[in-house]
Design a protein around this ligand. Sequence first.
Ligand SMILES: [Zn+2]
Ligand SMILES: [Zn+2]
Length: 328
Amino acid sequence: MRAMILSAPQTQLQKVDIPAPNFGPDQVLLRVLACGVCRTDLHLVDGELPDPKLPIIPGHEIVGRVAGKGERVERFQLGDRVGVPWLGFTCGKCGYCTQGRENLCDFARFTGYHIDGGYAEYTVADQAFCFPLPESYDDASAAPLPCAGLIGYRSLVMTGDARRLGIYGFGAAAHIIAQVACFQGRQVYAFTRVGDVEGQQFARQLGAVWAGDSETLPPDELDAAILYAPVGKLVPTALRALARGGIVVCAGIHMSDIPSFPYHILWGERSVRSVANLTRRDGEEFLALAPRVPAKTNVEAFPVDQANEALNRLRAGKIRGAAVLTMS
Ligand SMILES: [Zn+2]
Ligand SMILES: [Zn+2]
């Protein structure tokens, strides 16, 4: 099969021809139909995540069709279309797993990081960590759902019933979650890179009541802010935009250092927290909700062997919505 492989951090992905993977008794072999390109993939390629399996096939927003299955697989049939997310394995036994917090499992393994992912013609996944995908989405449109949608949803839930919601970094997750937030009756304030007028216009089209530069204070105090941009200096910026009791949710896996800030911008029962990974329950909830909104995805498609170009465009902030690799 054709695949794009990362051999070492801070190098380009290489196009290779390798045998399709073998699968175990609880696994499905998937013919990849589409695979989203996530900011986490950029952190992996740039060497910002510790101890990846190397070489690795990146990609954890996989839309695939079941092309083979192990003897114990009962959830899916040959030909079913399934989604594969970032969470690829949990132990089921540690304190986190038994308390419904499998996203924090001591022994968790992640797709496209510890387990080969979807930048390839075929991939293998454990049946227990695959999801059926809503039928109203075509293959490319469904690809951002398993991570941008799912982690976005988990971060939105962390904001509780916040009415005025700031979203910093208007990329793949934000463009989906803004629609969900509007559907829930919240008011979205979108913050983009300085001067990204097109991005601000895109946010308004998706229902944002206000859009501006991340360095600008919004016209109203926010009840919560979600940071999708991996930029630590936005933490104090977002805190300054919050009403008392508000929360800043950092949704990325990696962020540049957070500069020190005066205590008074945290005072007033404001809080800062991170969101890590996802649980399978998040997946079930979000994938049931997304078609009801309906949350539309805006995708820019690339053939799989142009994965490096897709990553470069994402790094440069040139993707409107989500980048998706397709298999021809
Ligand atoms: Zn565990
Ligand atoms: Zn991701």
